[in-house]
Write a protein that binds this ligand. Structure first.
Ligand SMILES: [Zn+2]
Length: 279
């Protein structure tokens, strides 16, 4: 049901992205810092949120939904429009499938609320709020994972990392994801051009390139998030992810000739260790 609720015609936001995020989330949940303290309920919620976090994604962003007066923008009053829809869609699938029907109404409702809080954390426009809180907790060393609120916050951060971890994969995978997301942005730009709407940022194929978008994405969103994640979870996996991210950013900034081909790997990525995120 989850797989069918994704739009297979979206270049990026399809079931494959959901599977990719779920795989990354699974890896993060195995990290010693988390693994020790997670309850079975946390694990279920973490994986469910990862699999459903972009459910029924229309392949265009919130800006487009607002400026085209889409019914979802009206329904959610222009605020975390997509994330609210993904959450509500996930809840309706869970109810339809009876996944949580063995629980009391109060327990089911509380799990649905927690699922919503995880999915809403993937709203990239609110990344700074989460990052500031994460950094403050790490500076004060006051995260206690035996406390359910703190565990929930870390699950939110883990899901945010899983959602944008494409640049932390080895170059040959990262490059494919980069092309897919850019294709989705540019096709939104094409629709906007046809409808005489202002072109959304990053969506103009005449102004942007895959590399230019990736360098900005890594510098402003991925690097700040993963450097804090690596402070929280200082493990071989985090080091491998940071190393891939650094070398991928370098490859986009200074593309060697062999990177121009679709399937060739960069020289630098050949020498990088292949972690579980690279398999
Ligand atoms: Zn996503």
């Amino acid at each position: 049901m989850v797989q069918e609720a994704y739009h297979s015609q979206n270049p990026y936001h399809n079931a494959l992205h959901a599977a990719d995020v779920t795989q990354a989330m699974y890896c993060y949940l195995q990290e010693p810092q988390l693994f020790e303290s997670l309850t079975s309920c946390d694990i279920l919620l973490g994986l469910l949120a990862a699999a459903t976090h972009d459910l029924d994604h229309p392949g265009v962003n919130q800006t487009f939904l607002i400026k085209s007066s889409h019914h979802l923008a009206l329904l959610y009053q222009n605020s975390s429009v997509l994330e609210n829809h993904h959450w509500k869609f996930a809840v309706s699938l869970m109810r339809e499938s009876g996944l949580l029907s063995h629980l009391s109404n109060a327990d089911r409702q509380s799990l649905e609320e927690r699922l919503g809080s995880l999915i809403l954390a993937t709203d990239i426009s609110r990344q700074n709020e989460y990052l500031i809180e994460f950094r403050a907790h790490l500076d004060r060393a006051d995260l206690h994972l035996n406390n359910s609120q703190d565990r929930h916050f870390i699950l939110q951060m883990a899901l945010k990392c899983a959602d944008i971890c494409n640049p932390c994969r080895p170059w040959h995978l990262s490059k494919l994801w980069s092309h897919k997301i850019t294709e989705e942005f540019f096709s939104q730009g094409d629709i906007e051009r046809r409808r005489n709407l202002d072109l959304s940022i990053l969506c103009d194929r005449n102004t942007y390139s895959v590399g230019k978008i990736q360098i900005g994405f890594i510098s402003f969103l991925v690097e700040p998030l993963f450097s804090e994640w690596a402070r929280f979870s200082d493990t071989p996996l985090s080091h491998i992810m940071i190393s891939h991210m650094t070398s991928n950013k370098f490859n986009w900034s200074y593309p060697p000739q062999e990177n121009m081909g679709e399937t060739t790997q960069s020289t630098s990525s050949k020498t990088l260790p292949q972690g579980s995120l690279g398999s």
